[in-house]
Write a protein that binds this ligand. Sequence first.
Ligand code: GLU
Length: 364
Amino acid sequence: MRRIVLKLGSSVLTAGSEKLNRQRMLELVRQVAALHARGCEVVVVSSGAQSAGREQLNFPDLGKSLPAKQMLCAVGQSHLMRVYEDLFDIFGIIVAQILLTRDDLSNRLRYLNARDTLGTLIERKIVPIVNENDSIATEEIRVGDNDTLSALVASLVDADVLIILTDQPGILTEDPRRNPAAALIEDIETISEEHYALAGGAGSAIGTGGMVTKLQAAQIASRSGIRTIIASGSEDDVIRRILAGEKIGTHIEAAHSRSDSRKRWLLTERAQGALVVDAGAERVLLRGGASLLPVGIREVRGDFERGAALLVLAAGGKEIAQGLSNYSSADLRQIRGMKSHEIAEKLGYSYGDAALHRNNLALL
Ligand code: GLU
């Protein structure tokens, strides 16, 4: 099964006009529905709130003030979601709105919460539609552009591939407005300064991101072990064709495997506590790919919050893994040794079956 993050820019949703283009959006939704029917998991990162707001309010002249922009986004975001809801409904797919800011992705606890929520939606076959929480996000807490946001989301949900659809065929050798003969760069193994220089001028009139933010996004994804494809949203059946391996758009390779990058990331965290596990849990963990369940925990060391990095120790004291805790030390002391189905009864809530989920666990 493939997990795909699909970024749709304003210029794609409006087909270059000033209004959301329902026909274009329907065509994109149809493609997502087809993937969905094949068992692919799709997370959409969608811009277009501001454009939709402007359209809803009949293109008011508001100047450049931030509150006015935020008003547009507040009006437009709900409108945008209504359009998505209607379009996905044609295919019997339920959608969910997720609005994020930079804080949600850099604060550990909120990162875990966002990750859990997205994971739960995906499990339920619901298509999350993500945007920046524009109506409250000020400069200090904004990601700022949805290209970067889409890369952060791809890393958050551990996607296999990030597809950024835009109004250009991909990364070009020159600014196509200056030289119409600009050629498409089909493959980029490592993004270099040269690519940034090439992308410098090219940008569309609508939307925040130009080609530079797309390269930045691809670089974030690449470092997280995720491949990126930047392509034109107006190509016929573009998403299916990309996934079928057709040469279309610019492909940017992952710098290393996903498990490697995740492991590196997890191991850079300083442990704030430790869990001593029994022989059974040790055996299961060392086999790889398993979560640590409360039933295998013998002892909880240290005081920590949910989201803390923890060492996992074998009964003899040997360090065997490091991971992020789904529960605080106080919670773990209550549920250690218990079966996972007993967690909710004991605590009155549950953050899931695992103490350390396998996605957040690296063997040492
Ligand atoms: N979040 C903005 C919107 O929905 C778009 C940001 C971007 O295009 O990068 O209007």
